[in-house]
Design a protein around this ligand. Structure first.
Ligand SMILES: C[S@@+](CC[C@H](N)C(=O)[O-])C[C@H]1O[C@@H](n2cnc3c(N)ncnc32)[C@H](O)[C@@H]1O
Length: 258
């Protein structure tokens, strides 16, 4: 079995996830998972949203990726000419394996650090672009009612967003690639302390993922972000997607169905 076949087998093995979505909040779950898994791309890979990212990242942009896991997003950005990239993850195993993988491929400029996105270890105003794919969504697995998330969830998400806002440059951009629909995410993105505008688009076939773009310093004078129109996915399509992917949002879907 060659390396690609092994990676495919591992991806299949892990494609049903843990018995409870709460495990996604446990760093040990991630360490164990990354010990046995070489590559898994949450949601979709870069080819599906490259056209959306390219509009916001220049080769000279300094980029921070939150919760890189074992995704190939940073490599793909690098191949597209973006070389100033820092990735963080809470899992020491993910970080170590990502460092080894990037070194073997010769992508030595990409920095990979063990760090908590709720307590970012960076100075104010240092990144042009911060990107996360499926990482913020982990914070919602025990949020309860998505219309009225638990205070603990709100506290964690706010800590994350405050950190992101702080370390972005004055005109920096936060890109969030998420399952979370705008009516659940906007109340958090639109909190009055943030100076960013909020826009989104969607990508994907059948089920659509959300591609949020928050531009620091661009909030409109009435304090509201602006939005693009979007199409709500149907619940049946959503379930098809859930069955085929290792999905962290089972609890949210259950809530939507109830
Ligand atoms: C759903 S996976 C997404 C991985 C990757 N972004 C992708 O698109 O495939 C969530 C990742 O976030 C990491 N993570 C969870 N909580 C974190 C935190 N507080 N700070 C940094 N990383 C975290 C996990 O270790 C895991 O790698």
């Amino acid at each position: 079995m060659d390396t690609n076949q092994k990676a495919d087998e591992t991806q299949k093995k892990n494609s049903f996830g843990p018995s409870t979505a709460l495990a996604y909040l446990d760093p040990h779950y991630w360490d164990e998972r990354f010990s046995n898994e070489e590559h898994y791309e949450w949601f979709k890979d870069y080819t599906h949203f490259r056209h959306l990212i390219k509009a916001h990242i220049k080769p000279t942009s300094s980029v921070l990726e939150l919760g890189c896991g074992n995704s190939q997003l940073c490599e793909e950005l690098y191949k597209d000419g973006v070389t100033e990239i820092t990735c963080i993850d809470l899992s020491a195993i993910a970080v170590e394996k990502m460092q080894t993988r990037l070194a073997l491929k010769g992508y030595k400029e990409i920095k990979v650090l063990e760090a908590d996105m709720l307590d970012l270890p960076f100075s104010n105003g240092v990144f042009d672009v911060i990107i996360e794919k499926g990482t913020m969504d982990v914070l919602f697995v025990d949020s309860g009612d998505p219309w009225n998330p638990q205070p603990e969830t709100v506290t964690k998400v706010k800590a994350m967003l405050e950190g992101v806002h702080r370390v972005l440059k004055p005109n920096g951009i936060f890109i969030s690639i998420s399952f979370g629909q705008p009516h659940f995410r906007r109340p958090l993105f639109d909190a009055p302390e943030f100076t960013w505008s909020v826009e989104w688009s969607t990508f994907g076939e059948g089920f659509h993922y959300f591609f949020y773009v928050l531009k620091k310093g661009k909030r409109s004078s009435d304090g509201k972000g602006c939005s693009e129109s979007f199409k709500m996915p149907s619940i049946s399509l959503l379930h098809e997607e859930l069955e085929s992917e290792d999905y962290i949002f089972r609890t949210a879907i259950d809530d939507m169905d109830n």
